[in-house]
Design a binder for this molecule. Structure first.
Ligand code: THU
Length: 138
């Protein structure tokens, strides 16, 4: 039995789906939406934004995080949702895991698809032994 979206993540899921509608992905054809929830309960969305110079592509998760930082400054992330139409749902890529770690080492990460199928993980499970700002101070 596939896990369906728990009610407590519904607002984040809806925000990620709404952001996904703006995905700019003419090269891969994959539309990705993300949304983060801050420790203060604020929600910010993002979508993937591709580029003809492929390496300049931004993932949806990082766009959501960057939008939040640009809007309100130093955030702490409590939850990250990523939504695609894929089965099984896509988890965040390695670079996005590292960027999530910068702002939310304790974050819950939810990978979901449009059917509401989801996988709920802790960032530490999918990015063990993360490099963090503390390493720079020791
Ligand atoms: N993508 C994301 O937006 N998030 C991820 O975590 C994985 C990949 C995007 C980047 C690119 O636009 C497309 O999905 C295919 O890699």
């Amino acid at each position: 039995m596939k896990k369906q979206m728990p009610e407590k993540y519904m607002a984040l899921y809806e925000a990620a789906k709404a952001a996904r509608a703006n995905a700019y992905s003419p090269y891969s054809g994959h539309k990705v939406g993300a949304a983060i929830k801050t420790a203060d309960g604020e929600i910010y969305g993002g979508c993937n934004i591709e580029n003809s110079s492929y390496g300049a592509t931004n993932c949806a998760e990082r766009v959501a995080i960057q939008s939040a930082v640009a809007a309100i400054g130093g955030i702490r992330i409590s939850e990250v949702m990523v939504v695609t139409d894929a089965t099984p749902p896509w988890p965040p890529c390695g670079i996005c895991r590292q960027v999530i770690a910068e702002f939310g080492g304790e974050a819950t990460v939810i990978a979901a698809n449009l059917s509401g199928e989801c996988r709920v993980m802790k960032l530490a499970e999918i990015l063990p032994d993360a490099f963090t700002p503390e390493h720079l101070t020791k």
